[in-house]
Design a protein around this ligand. Structure first.
Ligand code: NAG
Ligand code: NAG
Ligand code: NAG
Length: 182
């Protein structure tokens, strides 16, 4: 069997995972029913599938991320269900599907829909304390630098004041430097 169209049949309950074992399917249309529950992750086994329509049902849960492995998929829609979480990664065939494939699922997020707000808010919060921390570090460094400078200067003055022998050597040294300079 290469095509299965059960659309508009008032089907209820969840999608049998065994449909994912029909590896020769090219077309699967289960749209316009009352199907509930998740999209079976076994659908990633439909290696030949070109058209997958699950729109207008009551499907819930996440879209299995493994569906991005279906390399012949050119038509894909899960519009008008109750799916949630992140849309599949925009790679392979999934890079070609626009928001029409996902519309009517208010809890779905991620490209090509709006980005999931948990990842949108997190980069802003750590930057403010970072800047504060950076500023106080620079301030502390400047104060400790100035403090060390004063201590070193006073230490040298005290040392030269106490030791007249080194004072003579020091003045001779500076005197020679000045002579050389001129
Ligand atoms: C659809 O199925 C429900 C029960 O699942 C039933 O009550 C309803 O009458 C059905 N509608 C049609 C048009 O057959
Ligand atoms: C699936 O079936 C519905 C109703 O019969 C139809 O409108 C829709 O175009 C079909 N989907 C595809 C991808 O052919
Ligand atoms: C969709 O799912 C949410 C929980 O994820 C539930 O609260 C809501 O009633 C569902 N809506 C429909 C129309 O099934």
């Amino acid at each position: 069997m290469s095509g299965l169209d059960l659309s508009c049949n008032n089907l209820s309950g969840s999608i049998p995972p065994e449909i994912g074992y029909m590896i020769n399917l090219l077309i699967l249309n289960l749209s316009n029913n009352h199907l509930l529950g998740p999209i079976p992750s076994t659908f990633s086994g439909l290696k030949q599938i070109e058209s997958l329509d699950l729109s207008y049902n009551g499907l819930t849960g996440k879209i299995p991320p493994q569906l991005t492995e279906l390399s012949f998929l050119s038509i894909f829609t899960v519009a008008h269900n109750n799916l949630s979480g992140q849309t599949p990664e925009r790679k392979n065939q999934f890079a070609t599907f626009d928001e029409k494939s996902y519309e009517g699922n208010i809890f779905l997020c991620g490209l090509p829909l709006e980005s999931c707000n948990t990842s949108g808010q997190s980069p802003l919060t750590p930057t403010i304390p970072d800047q504060k921390e950076d500023y106080s570090f620079k301030e502390a460094f400047a104060w400790s630098f100035a403090g060390s400078y004063v201590v070193a200067f006073l230490g040298t003055v005290a040392f030269l004041f106490i030791s007249s022998h080194y004072r003579t050597i020091m003045f001779n040294f500076f005197y020679r430097q000045i002579i050389c300079f001129y």
